[in-house]
Design a protein around this ligand. Structure first.
Ligand code: CP
Length: 309
């Protein structure tokens, strides 16, 4: 049994297989309906979500399975003090696979230790968000045609943005990856990522505050929201929240084939006038997340279209 807690829990080959399966599902979704008949997905969300929870649920329903779960800690027995380990022991007897989001880093890992069903980390604090990474990789591969030799600009809250941490960890595996890290000083990537991943791996990167200057170099611009919920005080959040706002004027500096990704939700870091630019693919990205989660569920449940019963 396999759990997916970090993007690194999937080998490069496993990642490639999941992306390839997601591509096949995208081409012919109806073929896969019924693959998970009789299987149940539990969505245990201790923190708010729109895309991740609903796309997991849509994925399981598209595969002919069923879903159960909760969408906030308050509506579960966590509100009465139940531990994650006790909850997953119980849920293991109700469902075949589980997706868990939790505000505490490491909570899905703790769950995986006590689980008898595959646990998927659907976002843990400011740490990791591996299925957003799968979504991002699938979006880049589908729309750009490759995952190697890309210059990716990450812009915004690189300190607390778990989607950034997970995607950097995944992209360093592909040859020719180069990163431009655009953030205020206070929101730079964590030291462990800079030293243990980028510098240890001799990965080319640059840190800057000048978005316009680096725009012409980018193949991908990955915008992020300043993560209000991870700040210790409101004053710092207010000071930093509008550090970078992508608008139509700034898009003029970008290449004609640059793609703008954003894991969403957006607050105001991308002006709505950018939405109609063909390079803005964040809503397509959210759509593609369903197909890659269908592929992940099938993979973790060892289901292929030919083994369905
Ligand atoms: N991208 C993402 O995790 O969105 P939600 O918080 O809506 O799930």
């Amino acid at each position: 049994m396999k759990h997916v807690i970090s993007p690194l829990d999937l080998s490069t080959q496993e990642l490639s297989d999941i992306l390839s399966l997601a591509g096949k599902i995208l081409d012919d979704p109806k073929k896969y309906f019924g693959c998970c008949h009789g299987k149940k997905l539990a969505t245990l969300f201790y923190e708010p979500s729109t895309r991740t929870r609903l796309s997991f649920e849509a994925a399981m329903l598209n595969l002919g399975g069923s879903v159960l779960g909760f969408s906030s800690a308050d509506s579960s027995s966590a509100a009465k003090g139940e531990s994650v380990s006790d909850t997953i022991r119980v849920v293991s007897s109700y469902a075949d696979i589980c997706a868990m989001r939790h505000p505490k880093e490491g909570a899905p890992y703790v769950a995986s230790i006590h689980s008898s069903i595959p646990v998927i980390n659907a976002g843990d604090g400011g740490h990791n968000h591996p299925t957003q990474t799968l979504t991002d990789l699938f979006t880049i591969k589908t729309l750009k045609g490759r995952l190697d030799h890309l210059t990716i600009g990450f812009c915004g809250d690189l300190k607390f943005g778990r989607t950034v941490h997970s995607l950097i960890n995944a992209m360093v595996r592909y040859p020719g990856s180069r990163f431009i890290l655009i953030s205020p000083d206070e929101l730079r990537i964590p030291t462990y990522l800079r030293e243990e991943v980028l510098e240890a791996g001799n990965i080319p990167y640059q840190e800057t505050k000048a978005l316009e200057e680096v725009m012409p170099e980018l193949d991908i611009l990955y915008m992020t929201r300043v993560q209000k919920e991870r700040f210790f005080n409101e004053e710092d959040y207010i000071r930093l929240k509008d550090s970078f706002i992508l608008d139509a004027l700034k898009m003029q500096y970008a290449r004609s084939d640059m793609l703008v990704l954003h894991p969403l939700p957006r607050v105001n870091e991308i002006a709505t006038e950018v939405d109609d630019d063909p390079r803005a693919v964040y809503f397509k990205q959210a759509e593609l997340g369903v197909y890659v989660r269908m592929a992940l569920i099938m993979t973790l449940l060892n289901i292929t279209p030919h083994t369905q019963n």
